[in-house]
Design a protein around this ligand. Structure first.
Ligand code: KG4
Ligand code: ZN
Length: 400
């Protein structure tokens, strides 16, 4: 593919507590993926404070865009268009991104793209870091129990070509210098599982930016349950990464929690019961303990037990949905998709022929690369639509 003269889509993402800016080319190769996290700002409150988050976006965003272009020698002439997350998310936060993107697109006479954040997450497995040959992993692909990096198809990665991760490197070297490697990718339609702090949904993804909801959570999102459990255990915010780390050192068998909504006829997810069961168990253990506190090993075992139940629910339903829809590919995206336990458990799933994809780690939690990459596949807004573009706190996966 020959690139147009303006090779980069500028992505802007401010739906929650990360100010993010990215440059992505038409092949989905990510030149810059800048994320300014506000974790330290919100950690002392144990969760995101919306008003504080929007103020921080206002301070951070324009300097970040300026630096992203300046530090990488990219001029506005090199920008094809501006893509911004317009929904769903915290309304004050979204508005900062949307108004900034509108003003920049208008000032520089660039097309504007309004992107649904959930569709952005679903697009993450199609992104490649610019130094992909060096970094080995475009994304993790689990096929028939084997984990591999996805290889350029030209280098011979076809059906059944699952190898070890070193294969990614060799393939990179073999096609070294090739400007346009064609990677093995999830096919459409496929089933997508979005697991983040705000969402737990299964969808049939028909094309980039087009999907239909299959199931959703009846109460807490899985990331939210992780964060709440971590808070009860005093493990800080956000809780996912710390629970994941401790789970790897603990025993999942010590506290066997019931897997939520595990019957075949129950399509939706539910995580608040699991969270409450954890809270009760923690309380009971503290009451039994002489010091009133929990020892490290017990905390690790609690984390491992909670994580095992959550993962089983996520994988059981996702694999069942993929089977039911008769698709070959299942993609797992969003902040919780970085979970190491989940990735390892996906490799143990026995579902012959099913390919399970996880994005490269930097494209799981909120980022602007997924917004810019997806926008290459969308229709730009007309000038009138661009001026009218508004942010929305709520947006279904089914739109588009
Ligand atoms: O996608 P994301 O950055 O933001 C939303 O759109 O919500 O997801 C953030 C969520 C948080 O709840 C965080 O605890 C969780 O993703 N998370 C994890 C891990 N890393 C982040 N959960 C489990 N294991 C992880 N390794
Ligand atoms: Zn998100």
């Amino acid at each position: 593919m020959t690139l147009a003269h303006s090779p980069y889509m500028l992505g802007v993402e401010t739906s929650c507590d990360e100010s993010a800016v990215a440059l992505v080319d038409a092949r989905g190769v990510v030149k810059v993926n800048a994320v300014a996290s506000q974790i330290e700002l919100h950690a002392r409150f144990g969760g995101v404070v919306p008003e504080e988050a929007s103020r921080r976006h206002i301070e951070a965003l324009l300097p970040m865009i300026h630096e992203t272009l300046g530090n990488h020698g990219v001029a506005w002439d090199d920008i094809h268009g501006v893509a911004v997350t317009r929904a769903p998310g915290l309304i004050g936060c979204l508005l900062v991104g949307v108004e900034t993107a509108k003003a920049l697109a208008w000032r520089h006479e660039k097309p504007l793209y309004g992107v649904n954040h959930l569709h952005g997450h679903l697009y993450a497995p199609y992104l490649t870091p610019e130094n992909w040959a060096g970094s080995k992993v475009r994304h993790t692909l689990v096929m028939d129990g084997q984990t591999t990096a996805a290889l350029p198809e030209a280098a011979g990665a076809g059906d059944g070509a699952a190898g070890d991760e070193a294969g990614g490197d060799q393939a990179g070297e073999r096609s070294g210098g090739a400007a346009d490697p064609v990677f093995l990718q999830p096919a459409f339609p496929h089933v997508g599982l979005i697991v983040s702090g705000g969402h737990t949904s299964l969808a049939e993804v028909r094309a980039p930016g087009r999907a239909a909801t299959l199931a959703t959570t009846r109460d807490d999102a899985v990331g939210e349950a992780y964060d709440k459990v971590a808070r009860i255990l005093g493990l800080g915010f956000p809780g996912g990464p710390e629970i994941d780390r401790r789970a790897a050192q603990g025993s999942p068998a010590r506290f066997p929690f019931t897997v939520p909504m595990n019957r075949r006829d129950e399509k939706d997810f539910s995580f608040s019961g699991l969270k409450t069961a954890m809270a009760r168990k923690i309380e009971a253990l503290k009451a039994e303990s002489e010091t009133g506190a929990l020892d490290e090993a017990t905390v690790n075992d609690l984390c491992a037990s909670f994580q095992a139940a959550a993962i089983e629910a996520l994988l059981n339903k996702s694999v069942a949905a993929a089977r039911e829809r008769g698709v070959r590919d299942l993609v797992i995206v969003g902040g919780v998709a970085s979970n190491r336990g989940l990735r390892a458990a996906a490799a143990r799933v026995r579902a012959p022929g099913l390919r399970v994809w996880f994005p490269h780690g930097s494209y799981c939690t909120d980022n602007a690369a997924m917004i810019a990459g997806l926008a290459w596949n969308l229709k730009p807004l007309s000038q009138a639509e661009a001026l009218d573009l508004n942010a929305n706190a709520v947006a279904p996966i089914d739109e588009g």
